[in-house]
Design a protein around this ligand. Structure first.
Ligand code: FAD
Length: 321
């Protein structure tokens, strides 16, 4: 059954986040040959619409308003709900990002709709669109279908491959004017933490350190390896709690969920709460001096050894490539 599906284009620093293109690919599956309409919300965002179309969106609706230049839950929900009212989609897909996690339940509640969150795969089986999502901190997966109403889902970043970019593709962009009113919160200033290098949530390579790195300085060899591989540095909660690094690097059940092509765990024991954030990575390498460490159970390659010897050796070898 062909459907009209709305997908949210996420913008950061005037550029589209990769998850927007993944949402379009997911939207295509849900649409079953119907129309995929991408939504952009913000100020000066309509100019980004051609890229969404090149990645497979059929049309773009941009809600432009100075009150939307930074994310606020009530501002964005007013904007997206106005587009939903106008377009009347039968499916909606957001990224399961910090923004998507915050916004999607609000929209679902307003629409009196259900929500399938954190989908890692979508397929059409017979009459149904089937979503796969992790449960029990990633220990098992469940399959879900929507039997009634709008098919509304969020997708985990880095799991659904974007369609190939086609620079010849064209489509219409409409700018929708929405009167954003009664904002209960406004963002006056954004003070950013200095962040180094690649965005952890979207990185293709993640080098993560645990309590085994022993100090803030112990992260330096990991940073060097990440720089050589063009990756990002992450951490276990053990390392964050010990104040070796910032909590923004925490991966796991109460941290970020990452699914890079390569995850190198250095001095991380592999507690279930950590695995919840990384066990879907494509290739997992674990470096730990304890051969019995739990992390080896999920690792594709295990190196039993001292990370302070192994990591610099890896860096030297990768530099040669
Ligand atoms: P440890 O368990 O202390 O492991 C350190 C490892 O380093 C050991 O395996 C040791 O053999 C190895 N090692 C030491 N020195 C070296 C060396 N020189 N070379 C190589 N290996 C070495 N944890 C998370 O990570 N993310 C979460 O989101 C998270 N959420 C949680 C939520 C709840 C509700 C709870 C209760 C816990 C949560 N935790 C989370 C904590 C989790 O249970 C573990 O305590 C934590 O992951 C342990 O971190 P770690 O592996 O770095 O430390």
């Amino acid at each position: 059954m062909a459907r009209k599906v709305l997908v949210l284009g996420e913008v950061r620093d005037q550029a589209l986040r990769n998850v927007s293109f993944e949402a379009i690919a997911a939207g295509k599956v849900v649409s079953e040959g119907g129309e995929v309409v991408a939504v952009l919300v913000g100020e000066g965002v309509a100019s980004l619409s051609s890229e969404l179309i090149q990645y497979g969106a059929d049309r773009v609706v941009a809600v432009e308003n100075t009150k939307l230049n930074t994310y606020t839950p009530d501002g964005y929900s007013q904007a997206v709900l106005a587009v939903i009212q106008e377009e009347k989609p039968e499916g909606i897909v957001f990224g399961h990002t910090a923004l998507g996690k915050d916004l999607s339940p609000k929209i679902a509640a307003k629409l009196n709709s259900g929500l399938i969150s954190d989908a890692t795969a979508i397929e059409v089986a017979g009459e149904n669109v089937v979503f796969t999502r992790p449960i029990y901190s990633g220990k098992a997966f469940e399959k879900k279908i929507v039997t009634d109403g709008i098919i509304f889902a969020t997708i985990r970043p880095n799991n659904i491959a974007p369609l190939e970019k086609d620079e010849e593709r064209s489509g219409e962009t409409t700018v929708l004017s929405v009167d954003i009113k009664d904002l209960r919160s406004i963002v006056k200033e954004v003070v950013r933490k200095a962040s180094e290098g690649v965005d952890l949530s979207e990185a293709k390579v993640v080098i993560a350190g645990g309590r085994g790195v022993k100090s803030e300085a112990g992260f330096e060899p990991l940073k060097e390896l990440a720089a050589v591989l063009g990756g990002a540095v992450g951490a276990s909660r053990g390392a964050c709690d010990a104040e070796y690094c910032d909590y923004s690097l925490q991966i796991g059940q109460t941290g970020k969920v990452v699914t890079p092509d390569l995850y190198i765990a250095c001095g991380i024991s592999g507690a279930i709460q950590h695995l919840a954030g990384m066990s879907n990575s494509k290739v997992i390498v674990a470096i730990n001096k304890d051969p019995e460490a739990n992390i080896f159970k999920v690792a594709d390659y295990g190196i039993v050894g001292d990370l302070f010897e192994v990591v610099p050796l890896l860096t030297e070898e990768f530099k040669k490539l």
